[in-house]
Design a protein around this ligand. Sequence first.
Ligand code: CTP
Length: 389
Amino acid sequence: MKGNILLGITGGIAAYKMVDVASRLVKKGFSVNTVMTKGGTKFVTPLTFQNITHNPVNVDLFTTAVNYDVKHISLAEKADLCLIGPVTANFIGKLANGIADDLLSTIIMATKAPVFLAPSMNVNMYTNPILQDNISYLKEKGYKIIEPDSGYLACGTTGKGRLPEPVELVENIISYFTKKDYQDKRILITAGPTREPLDPVRFLSNYSTGKMGYAIAKAVKYRGAEVTLVTGPSNLDIPAGIKVIQVERTEEMYRETISNSSFQDIIIMTAAVADYRPLCYYKEKIKKKLKDGLSLELVSNNDILAELGKNKKTGQIVVGFAVESQDLIINAKEKLNKKNLDMIIANDVSAFASDKNEVTFITKNTVENIAEMEKIELADLILDKVLRV
Ligand code: CTP
């Protein structure tokens, strides 16, 4: 991800969270220039941001320049996006009234870049009608307001006013820089394993973690789609802004996927679905006193993807994954045809639970092997391919 972010820090207790924001942005490849108000420096030192961003931190409007440039103008012009957080009621008041009396407010006045404001303060200050009027006015003028979260506030009260978590602030920025080629598209993704309960403490399942499906869901959300994620049990964080349906058994995944399928433009089944379930569920825990061992009788589950392929709507794209331990391409091609898919993404069983994956994209007429890459990167590549199917 490339881009110059101007990070503005004003005097709020949540300034400490912006250190994490700065770090995450740098890791994503953004260049970050931090500008702090005097109030901001009371909470976190400029040196902290300087070390994390590898760029000098500016506070003063009137300094003798080492290299001559008009700082508020050069920083304003350099920025592709400005994020100010926490932004205080005072700073919002200044912006709304055209007051530019320090470096940060002067930059914001001078910049042509989009400005994202993340207010954070005591709930009564936040709900104060004067502040709310100022926020409405700034929204009208094109400023993007990132709403505060509700919860426990540093002042000891509870309510709306918490600075959103760093990951969410960063997601707002990534989303802005991502091409919106999935705008107006509805997409359903399944992810994770399914579990087939055996008794109150045991189940049959597999090693899937959901990483691939969650990565696609997140990436396509950034690209503008309306996303539904049907997920089996997973420890991954639920991505923001996505409709998430949590299921456990294959039967539940079948029901939720099929009932949400007809209005989707695209369906991608990354889930590692259990093909069989125990014929009977033991209501009480199975005891080990069975000396002769225990045989389980299993019955077949529905094939969700085959059902989706069979009832494909006009123009709908259905994509499957194939996990194989042998004859990868032959088996995957067979699944593509049998399940009436537009594309199947074949991978070796070793991809389970890994952060990386090496895949082969297979359509009716093409087979393309792709070198191993991070699942996060692969998600975008899959989405590029799906658009060209
Ligand atoms: N799939 C499904 N419902 C099932 C089993 C699999 O929807 N009951 C989907 C998977 O989500 C995947 C594709 O079908 O997208 C292929 O899954 P895979 O486990 O590779 O193959 P199976 O169809 O289960 O066949 P086999 O186990 O014989 O390899």
